[in-house]
Design a protein around this ligand. Structure first.
Ligand SMILES: Nc1ncnc2c1ncn2[C@@H]1O[C@H](COP(=O)(O)OP(=O)(O)OP(=O)(O)O)[C@@H](O)[C@H]1O
Length: 338
């Protein structure tokens, strides 16, 4: 992912190497004395997706809301694209930050298209431009505008409503997206699908994303880096999914990522050519299934399990590059442990 430019291609006036979001010693103590966030240091690079994960009440949502000033910190500084957020006008600030929440708050008596058009209209676009933009956005999030634009929110499934929420958050083309349990209100199958769709979308959009979840599986699947919070708003570990699963910083993190972290590692370990056996003497027709070389080990293992020949072809584009056997998966997993 391009770490030097923002999503619209422009480089930051304040330096491309600076993080897009920087939290320094940020704390929040509510009026009743509850310490929600404690001395938090966190950086989010341009185009990076960082997941905040942890048990209920550990300060994840408070952290997110401090970034767009829905909540004011009691201590510390938050720098967004080189500017201290406390020096920004909150309304202006939020224009550059998309915000997706679980209860997405669609207007129930307005059509889907009108719901999405609200944002461009707010920013002074003409009705026809706003409409065109809203149609494009529905398409972007995988909702056929011809089918869904004129429906009302109650005529959509939970997953489709979540997509509308994402479309609305993208409407102002903000460089930063804050997402609070965006896929939380749907069943696990739809959730998985929405995660995949968003990952694909993010590959094109390259937004800087902070995503809150209580689900460690979601965090390691989605995040370029994952921040694990402990109760009391303490940051227990901030690392790539691979580091987190291979080397939890303490017992709390080890416990939180769980005893099945060996299996979770499958989702974050890429398949590599060195784990394959040569194609010598095997033709594509003898292989049951074929997967892409850029698949995860999880996808590779699933394909192997579906195939009773215990060997599958691996392709780069339309070319076979080798054969994967259970032995190759085992070897790849062992290497990821080192
Ligand atoms: N307005 C408030 N006044 C007092 N305490 C609050 C307020 N809002 C949140 N809290 C407390 O601050 C702590 C952190 O809350 P926060 O919502 O940030 O946690 P969270 O990690 O997002 O939790 P969850 O996963 O359950 O949504 C909790 O103990 C919560 O009860």
């Amino acid at each position: 992912m391009d770490a030097t430019a923002s999503s619209d291609g422009s480089t930051s006036p304040s330096g491309a190497d600076e993080p897009m979001i920087l939290l320094q010693g940020v704390g929040k103590t509510y009026d009743d004395g509850t310490v929600a966030v404690h001395e938090l240091d966190l950086d989010v690079r341009r185009g990076e997706m960082v997941c905040l994960v942890g048990p209920s009440g550990c300060g994840k949502s408070t952290t997110l809301k401090m970034i767009n000033r829905l909540i004011e910190p009691t201590t510390g500084r938050i720098i967004l694209d080189g500017t201290d957020v406390t020096e920004s006008d909150p309304v202006e600030l939020r224009r550059g930050i998309g915000y997706v929440i679980q209860q997405i708050g669609l207007f129930p008596h307005q059509k889907i298209i009108t719901n999405v058009m609200t944002v461009p209209l707010l920013y002074g676009e003409s009705k026809s431009t706003a409409r065109t933009r809203a149609m494009e956005l529905l398409e972007t999030v995988g909702l056929d505008p011809a089918k869904y634009a004129d429906r009302y929110p109650h005529q959509l499934s939970g997953g489709q409503r979540q997509r509308v929420g994402v479309a609305r958050a993208l409407a102002a083309n903000p460089p930063v997206l804050l997402m609070d349990e965006p896929f939380g209100a749907v069943d696990p199958v739809v959730r998985h699908k929405l995660q995949d769709e968003f990952l694909r979308l993010q590959r094109d959009l390259g937004k800087t994303v902070v995503l809150v979840t209580h689900d460690i599986d979601e965090a390691v699947r989605m995040g370029d880096r994952v921040a694990v919070f402990a109760v009391g708003g303490r940051l227990a570990q901030f690392a790539t999914p691979m580091e987190l699963l291979a080397r939890p910083a303490d017992d709390f993190v080890a416990d939180f990522v769980g005893s099945t972290r060996g299996l979770r590692r499958l989702t974050v370990t890429p398949l590599r050519e060195e784990h394959l056996e040569p194609m010598d003497g095997v033709n594509g027709g003898q292989l049951g299934a074929a997967i892409d070389l850029d698949s995860s080990l999880e996808e590779a293992l699933a394909a192997l399990l579906r195939d009773d020949k215990a060997m599958i072809g691996v392709k780069r584009g339309s070319q076979f590059v080798g054969v994967l056997t259970p032995n190759g998966v085992h070897q790849a997993l062992r290497e990821s442990l080192r």
